[in-house]
Ligand binder design. Structure first.
Ligand code: ZN
Length: 247
């Protein structure tokens, strides 16, 4: 009798597990082949369609692109395969692990294991690349998390935003970009006027104009002038038109 009951309980548990597994399978129904390349770096990834389209809605428009190679469903140009891999780590992390997952991008890599300044610059570039990729994909949550990490590391003195990174940001973004706004604020607040003047030849075209416009904008809106703090992070977030801002 006891054995029969135990068997029934086990069967019920198995059925429940099976149901869960089916739910999981149906949630992640199909894997898309995505080819990511920049210059000579090229890699193909398999990513679950439902998950990707949910978090990266802009990709839906990519799949019907006529020049997609037959071997792939989607192609992503001008982004590094390593950046896309960083994004997949975020995409497949649970909510609790996600911020940690971006923070690990700042861990020293083999090629950046030397000077602290070099490591801090590399970390900054990795985060900038991830922001640019997620901006293109339309993943606002990841973009905003990258901004939070940029700000918190910059405040801790563990991030180095150099002139070449500024040039890169100015090449890849426009005046409305949250990343550019953060970079201009961070750079101008962390640099003395004399340093700004000395380094102006290395700065991107339009930097001075942007810095001046930001100063006027901040004064007009009553924003604090100075180094961006984590409390101000929402100034550099993208919440779209309808999403609530962070409190
Ligand atoms: Zn926010």
């Amino acid at each position: 009798m006891a054995t029969t009951r135990a068997t029934a309980v086990k069967r019920k548990a198995d059925e429940a597990l099976d149901k869960e597994a089916k739910k999981f399978k149906s949630t992640y129904s199909k894997a898309l082949k995505i080819v990511v390349y920049q210059a000579f770096q090229r890699q193909t990834f398999a990513v679950h369609e439902d998950l990707l389209y949910h978090y990266a809605p802009n990709l839906k428009h990519f799949s019907y692109h006529s020049s997609v190679p037959a071997a792939a469903d989607i192609k992503i140009e001008k982004h590094l395969p390593t950046t896309f891999r960083n994004y997949l780590e975020w995409l497949y992390s649970s909510d609790e692990d996600r911020s940690r997952c971006i923070r690990t991008l700042l861990q020293p890599t083999i090629d950046g294991a030397g000077e602290k300044e070099t490591r801090d610059q590399l970390a900054c570039v990795k985060l900038i690349r991830l922001w640019l990729l997620t901006n293109m994909l339309g993943d606002k949550a990841c973009k905003n998390a990258v901004i939070d990490v940029l700000i918190s590391r910059a405040c801790a003195g563990e991030l180095c935003l150099c002139a070449s990174s500024m040039v890169f940001i100015f090449e890849e973004t426009d005046e409305t970009s949250e990343l550019r706004r953060w970079a201009v604020d961070e750079y101008t607040a962390s640099t003395t006027v004399a340093e700004l003047d000395d380094g102006k030849d290395m700065m991107p075209e339009g930097f001075e104009g942007s810095a001046l416009r930001r100063l006027i904008e901040k004064t007009r809106k009553g924003e604090r002038v100075g180094k961006p703090r984590l409390e101000d992070a929402c100034l550099y977030h993208d919440h779209g038109r309808y999403e609530a801002r962070c409190s």
